[in-house]
Design a protein around this ligand. Structure first.
Ligand code: SF4
Length: 192
């Protein structure tokens, strides 16, 4: 194998589906018409290729789903579903590492009941008739179901999980520039 004429940097990030496809978002939470290009540009500037994870909510409930908290997704059957979705991600991390690549991170979306990394919405009362409650007030520290299952499936498969980082894109009051700065700071520590 001759690597001399090959431009790849052997850097990869697993990213939440909606970073490349806003159409998967719950209504009112899409910040971009199509793709979160600013996030992808940061990754590209660091020579990081992306693996687009599947969107578990879109596959499970479709594009017209209600807003839900983690507790509503936290069932044994839904966790099994998320584990199935985690299998190709785990396989790819193993394969790319065997090829000498660095899997820099799993990039999730903070505030999501599935892709949250640092924060996720929780409530034991959120159910029944959709209600007009301030969803933001339900956000607490913790991971979403899908991120937890990715982590667990990798560990159970003897694949060391990459570092996880959550973009605060669902905090609609947070300026995008701040979110990108947080990402840059995180990458600086990972790539140092
Ligand atoms: S944050 Fe995760 S679950 Fe929510 S839309 Fe994006 S990919 Fe789907």
């Amino acid at each position: 194998m001759n690597r001399a004429n090959d431009a790849r940097a052997y850097r990869i990030a697993l990213v939440s589906h909606c970073l490349l496809n806003s159409n998967s978002k719950v209504y009112e939470l899409a910040r971009h018409p199509g793709m979160a290009m600013e996030v992808l540009e940061v990754l590209n500037r660091h020579d990081i290729g992306v693996i687009q994870l599947p969107c578990p909510e879109l596959l499970h409930l479709g594009p017209s789903r209600w807003w839900q908290v983690k507790d509503m997704y936290d069932t044994p059957a839904y966790r099994r579903f998320c584990r199935q979705l985690a299998v190709p991600a785990t396989d790819q991390v193993r394969l790319y590492r065997q090829a000498g690549a660095t899997v820099v991170c799993v990039l999730g979306v903070d505030g999501s009941p599935n892709c949250g990394v640092s924060v996720t919405p929780r409530s034991g009362e959120w159910g029944g008739r959709p209600r007009e409650m301030p969803f933001e007030s339900l956000v607490v520290p913790g991971r979403g179901v899908f991120m937890e299952e990715i982590d667990r499936h990798m560990r159970d498969s003897a694949v060391e999980p990459p570092p996880f980082f959550g973009l605060a894109l669902e905090d609609m009051n947070r300026p995008l520039a701040d979110i990108l700065r947080d990402l840059e700071d995180f990458l600086a520590t990972q790539l140092a």
